[in-house]
Design a binder for this molecule. Structure first.
Ligand SMILES: [Fe+2]
Length: 280
């Protein structure tokens, strides 16, 4: 019998307990006493919340993402561009139809400009990151020519706006993105707007230390990763940070976005810190 994924077994739709006791941690504690390395980040659970972006910083990031969406929309529709410009980002889904949504949020359309990245890197969280990781840069695995900040918009009740359970390391392995010798990676994911307390990222604490590779398949023309282990056996917990609260996680931690519920589009961004590994 062929296994057919359905609503009843879709982990993205399931309730998950809240992730607790993940910080915010002081910068010097994010490797839990071990030398800085990709494997040691976040200790046994592989997770560490960072200090929140200031209210005005979060607001500015929201403006920069909205400006990028408006600019993307100008490529194909001036009316879509002005409709997006006229609403708050949380109401994005009220003015954008599914066809335009796909065009607005292509992989490249979700990457902020170098200018926006340079501005965001001046914000307080990045001082903390320098203390935590030492000198670092943000990844550019697709080789766009500048450090990447990639954003995502998950509209209410749209299953197609969230992905499938994965470890970030799988993307690099699958596409053969090079990791320079002696360099470690850590992901940071930050909700920008959406319902407070429904940040929408599901993570499996400790899963970076559990075995389990991946398969790939193409669903509706889109490359999809799926774990070799049964997703139903993975202990997913929901990060309930407010907009502006960063959660950092080990590159091997299993995670997936959750379905946005309620009436507000959820917007988030993510970055990969690249830093020098220390050897004891
Ligand atoms: Fe991911």
């Amino acid at each position: 019998m062929t296994f057919v994924p359905g609503v009843w077994n879709d982990i993205v739709l399931q309730e998950a307990p809240s992730l607790r006791d993940v910080g915010p941690f002081p910068a010097q504690d994010v490797f839990f006493g071990a030398p800085r390395s990709e494997a040691a980040f976040g200790g046994a659970r592989g997770l560490a919340q960072g200090p929140a972006f200031k209210a005005e910083e979060r607001q500015r990031i929201e403006e920069l993402i909205k400006a990028q969406l408006v600019e993307n929309a100008w490529e194909f529709s001036s009316s879509a561009a002005s409709a997006i410009a006229d609403v708050g980002l949380g109401d994005y889904h009220k003015v954008v139809d599914s066809q335009d949504h796909g065009k607005l949020l292509s992989k490249l359309g979700r990457v902020l400009s170098k200018q926006a990245v340079d501005e965001i890197k001046q914000m307080s969280f990045f001082d903390y990151a320098r203390d935590a990781f030492g000198p670092y840069y943000l990844s550019d695995e697709e080789d766009l020519g500048h450090e990447q900040i990639c954003f995502r918009v998950a509209r209410p009740n749209k299953r197609e706006d969230v992905g499938s359970l994965h470890r970030d390391v799988w993307f690099w392995d699958h596409f053969g993105f090079p990791v320079p010798d002696g360099v470690s990676r850590v992901k940071a994911w930050v909700p920008v707007c959406g319902e407070s307390n429904e940040a929408g990222l599901l993570l499996a604490p400790g899963s970076h230390r559990q075995p389990g590779g991946f398969r790939t398949e193409t669903i509706n023309g889109k490359l999809t990763f799926s774990p070799e282990i049964d997703p139903q056996t993975v202990d997913l917990q929901r990060f309930r940070g407010s907009p502006g609260d960063p959660i950092m996680f080990n590159y091997g931690v299993l995670h997936v976005g959750s379905l946005t519920r309620g009436e507000i589009s959820r917007v988030s961004f993510e970055i990969t810190f690249m830093f020098r590994s220390e050897y004891a």
